[in-house]
Design a protein. Structure first.
Length: 70
């Protein structure tokens, strides 16, 4: 499972959100390819704003960090 989320960052070189309560949750996807497609779509909408970034977070690695699943 993969989570896609994004928002305005404190610094474009970091992954710290300026307003965590305003983070956009794009969705949760069963596989990486679906998550990547959603990520690309969300990122394309904000391509002209360097302070907004989207991320794909592998939830299975967070839930079972030693399982080796991707």
């Amino acid at each position: 499972m993969h989570l896609v989320l994004g928002g305005r960052l404190l610094d474009p070189r970091s992954n710290r959100f300026a307003a965590p309560d305003e983070v956009e949750f794009v969705g949760v996807y069963n596989d990486y390819l679906s998550a990547e497609s959603a990520w690309r779509s969300a990122a394309q909408r904000t391509v002209d704003d360097a302070e907004i970034r989207y991320f794909v977070v592998p939830l299975d690695r967070m839930l079972e960090p030693h399982s080796g699943n991707a």
